[in-house]
Write a protein that binds this ligand. Sequence first.
Ligand SMILES: C[C@@](CO)(OP(=O)(O)O)[C@H](O)COP(=O)(O)OP(=O)(O)OC[C@H]1O[C@@H](n2ccc(N)nc2=O)[C@H](O)[C@@H]1O
Ligand SMILES: Nc1ncnc2c1ncn2[C@@H]1O[C@H](COP(=O)(O)OP(=O)(O)O)[C@@H](O)[C@H]1O
Length: 288
Amino acid sequence: MYRINIRARAKINISLDVIGKRQDGYHEVKMIMQTINLYDKINMKKIRKDEIKIQTNLAFLPVDDRNLVYKVVKHLKEKYSIKTGVFIDLYKVIPVAAGLAGGSSDAAATLVGMNRLFNLRMTMNEMMEIGTMFGADIPYCLLRGTALSEGIGEKLTPLKRFPNAYVVIAKPNINVSTGYVYSNLDLNDIDARPDTDEIINGINKGDLHHICLNMGNILETVTTKKYPIINEIKRCMMENGAIGSLMTGSGPSVFGIFDDKRKAYNLAHKLKVNNIAKFVYTTTIFNS
Ligand SMILES: C[C@@](CO)(OP(=O)(O)O)[C@H](O)COP(=O)(O)OP(=O)(O)OC[C@H]1O[C@@H](n2ccc(N)nc2=O)[C@H](O)[C@@H]1O
Ligand SMILES: Nc1ncnc2c1ncn2[C@@H]1O[C@H](COP(=O)(O)OP(=O)(O)O)[C@@H](O)[C@H]1O
């Protein structure tokens, strides 16, 4: 039986700025996105019975129409009148609701997988359009690499490749939903914004220090007030050799950028043994 294996990679936000609020409640953003080598594994195959069957290693993750993978398969089965069933084994490594776009990346990988499995001949743009219906970050998860993301996340401009670096991801033991963070953002209460243009200059020059100096995420104004642990992790990262450290997306995960492998692993070990973060993972930048 023909099987498709896909890696659904996580992203980090090198910067996140909010320009304004739209009438439908969504926010206009300006963000620099970067894919990292932390990934879920998706294995797909056709099955005879006409059903959508998802199996996952995370007991608490729904496998019905609340799962983005299910939603994408259902949509495509209807759109292309596919009468064959689909079985998906979803092996989650990316922590859920962590600001790492795990669900969005699974959805993007499912679009790519269904395209191959059923030879649907969808173009990248078509897949991005469908992706936007299910989540603002899905178009970027299809594109991958280094990109400027605008609109609500669907306007993408690919950037030059990000300099190689080690990335430590640390998720504290708290849960914050994306909707909560955006709805509690007060655009009149922002005193520092990331310098997106300077970050792009840094990327163009391949200058990791210049990039890190200008990083920023204005959603931290919402989360750090409620959860001081986020700043604690950032401080720990910087005191242990990170060139820069920031909360990714709506959080609560924090990442640290390192140019030294030993420092990255030592810091990760420190976060683990001192029980500062629940999930700690050391990885690298992914350039497509
Ligand atoms: C914050 C970011 C940064 O990359 O990522 P995460 O923290 O989710 O990884 C994104 O903007 C999140 O994108 P994504 O998680 O796909 O958002 P969606 O599922 O479409 O929306 C969840 C909720 O967030 C709010 N939302 C999302 C995107 C946006 N540009 N403005 C918003 O106000 C809306 O209230 C929406 O109901
Ligand atoms: N395949 C999936 N993997 C993870 N979460 C999913 C998935 N499908 C739906 N979800 C739901 O989406 C929400 C956000 O998930 P996720 O993409 O991991 O986080 P974030 O938006 O912070 O990057 C969670 O509440 C989760 O229940």
